[in-house]
Write a protein that binds this ligand. Structure first.
Ligand SMILES: Nc1ncnc2c1ncn2[C@@H]1O[C@H](COP(=O)(O)OP(=O)(O)OP(=O)(O)O)[C@@H](O)[C@H]1O
Ligand SMILES: [Mg+2]
Length: 252
């Protein structure tokens, strides 16, 4: 599982905090969605878990082991990470991008190729069309799906996904959300999924963690956060979709 204890991060020597006193546990096989608006500390939180950012204070453990006692490179091999900015390597083909971690793990070329094809198909991309292309020959949404495929490549137990479906249209997004749910069911992944979309949070999260200005407002099941909001902020956040629907009905 993944544990955070009183984790804080300041980028300016303590003048302001991107994340402040964040404590939460993500159980084995659980999906926790980090939900919150732009700048509330979602990406910073994910990056601290795989040591792309070091916390100012607090403790983080993955699989029962303090992350600071683990080599960053080895830690990152067991955690699949989907970057918000996607970050495919431009000089590598799609197949090579997906095969980066498998190559580090010593898989031979044939096995890497089969895995890349399997994952491209899972993401709804025809391997015959896409495997040998370069990232700049793909649309933003296609690149994003390759980013997800790359994170899954070595079948990691842990997945950190930073707005992985942000650039996708509603239909493709819906398909991939369902894929992720069935994948999780079959393979029992432990997932932290970042979004600012309430519907996505409700669809995917076993629990939802609402962040606001670097602080955890509440963590709970969709029933808990919707029916028993812990703060005014959470109550307002979850009453928004109903208000939008009412406005939509008035307009049509
Ligand atoms: N490297 C950095 N140096 C200084 N400040 C930073 C750095 N990275 C993030 N921040 C600040 O920390 C805060 C949290 O940023 P973060 O990227 O975690 O937000 P986020 O919730 O992921 O937002 P978004 O939804 O826009 O991606 C922001 O105020 C941001 O400006
Ligand atoms: Mg972010």
């Amino acid at each position: 599982m993944i544990q955070l204890r009183e984790v804080s991060k300041s980028f300016d020597g303590g003048y302001s905090y991107a994340v402040k006193d964040l404590s939460m546990d993500v159980a084995e096989g659980e999906t926790v969605v980090l939900l919150g608006s732009s700048g509330c500390g979602k990406t910073t939180t994910l990056k601290m878990i795989n040591r792309l950012i070091e916390p100012t204070s607090g403790l983080i453990s993955v699989g029962g082991q303090d992350v600071t006692s683990q080599e960053p490179v080895l830690l990152r091999r067991k955690i699949g990470y989907v970057f918000q900015e996607i970050g495919l390597f431009p000089h590598m083909t799609i197949e090579q991008n997906i095969g980066i971690v498998p190559k580090l793990l010593g898989w031979d070329k044939n096995r890497r190729r089969l895995r890349a094809c399997e994952l491209l198909e899972l993401m709804g991309l025809d391997p015959g069309v896409f495997a040998n292309r370069y990232p700049d020959e793909l649309s933003g949404g296609q690149q994003q799906r390759v980013g997800v495929a790359r994170a899954l490549s070595a079948n990691p137990n842990y997945l950190l996904m930073d707005e992985p479906f942000g650039a996708l249209d509603a239909l493709t997004r819906d398909t991939l959300q369902q894929e992720l749910l069935s994948l999780k069911e079959r393979l029992k992944k432990t997932i932290i999924f970042v979004t600012h979309d309430i519907f996505e949070a409700i669809t995917l999260g076993d629990r939802i963690a609402i962040l606001h200005e670097g602080k955890l407002e509440q963590i709970g099941t969709k029933d808990e956060v919707y029916n028993h909001p812990a703060s005014q902020f959470v109550a307002e956040l979850f009453s928004k979709p109903a208000k939008q629907l009412a406005t939509f009905k008035e307009m049509t």
